[in-house]
Design a protein around this ligand. Structure first.
Ligand code: APR
Length: 175
């Protein structure tokens, strides 16, 4: 049986997962927010490896080593920029979570931490993003029994953490 949970903190410091997910941009060459924090913590070798990946489409995911981070892998995914919901943003955000989970499973990873993808610079509404995130991950886990032990969201502020926690609590009320 897997565990889905949320916590407040800095995703570059979590030590209980094999992979952390980066909310990157299409270039995969770093940026601000969680992307900047991950690159700063991992060190320059992360950028060097990212350069070999030649970017990433929105909704897709690519994997690298984690270098100086306290985990083994970084899965880079590119969330949609919110534009009122008229440009497939919901579907693309769901793709980020599905493709990150699939890439992790294909690499034998059983524990993974996500940030709140797209709800910072990319302005995706947190409540809608949390619903999409938790439901997509849960559907993936139900479709691939015994593929993961732990999936957690590491949130950076109390409002975002309370929104994701409410979604996860809802899930456990349904199971
Ligand atoms: N740990 C966990 N979460 C973090 C951290 C951190 N160290 N730093 C920021 N966050 C949170 C933000 O508070 C927000 O809730 O991650 C969430 C996603 O915000 P962004 O990092 O701005 O990501 P996103 O909205 O997906 O925008 C991606 O921003 O940094 C650039 O290169 C990145 O162009 C890309 C865009």
């Amino acid at each position: 049986m897997y565990l889905i949970k949320t916590l407040m903190g800095d995703i570059t410091k979590v030590t209980d997962v094999q992979a952390i997910v980066n909310a990157a941009n299409n270039s995969l060459l770093g940026g601000g927010g969680v992307d900047g924090a991950i690159h700063r913590a991992a060190g320059p070798e992360l950028l060097a490896e990212c350069r070999t990946l030649h970017g990433c489409e929105t909704g897709e995911a690519k994997i690298t080593k984690a270098y100086n981070l306290p985990c083994d892998y970084v899965i880079h995914t590119v969330g949609p920029i919110w534009n009122g919901g008229r440009n497939r943003e919901e579907e693309l955000l769901a793709n980020c979570y599905f493709n990150s989970m699939k890439l992790a499973m294909d690499n034998g990873i059983r524990s993974i931490a996500f940030p709140s993808i797209s709800t910072g610079v990319y302005s995706f509404p947190v409540e809608l993003a949390a619903k999409i995130a938790v439901h997509t991950v849960n559907r993936f886990l139900q479709g691939t029994p015994d593929s993961f032990d732990l999936v957690e969201w590491v949130l950076f502020d109390t409002h975002t953490e309370s929104v994701y926690e409410a979604e996860v609590d809802q899930l456990y009320k349904m199971i």
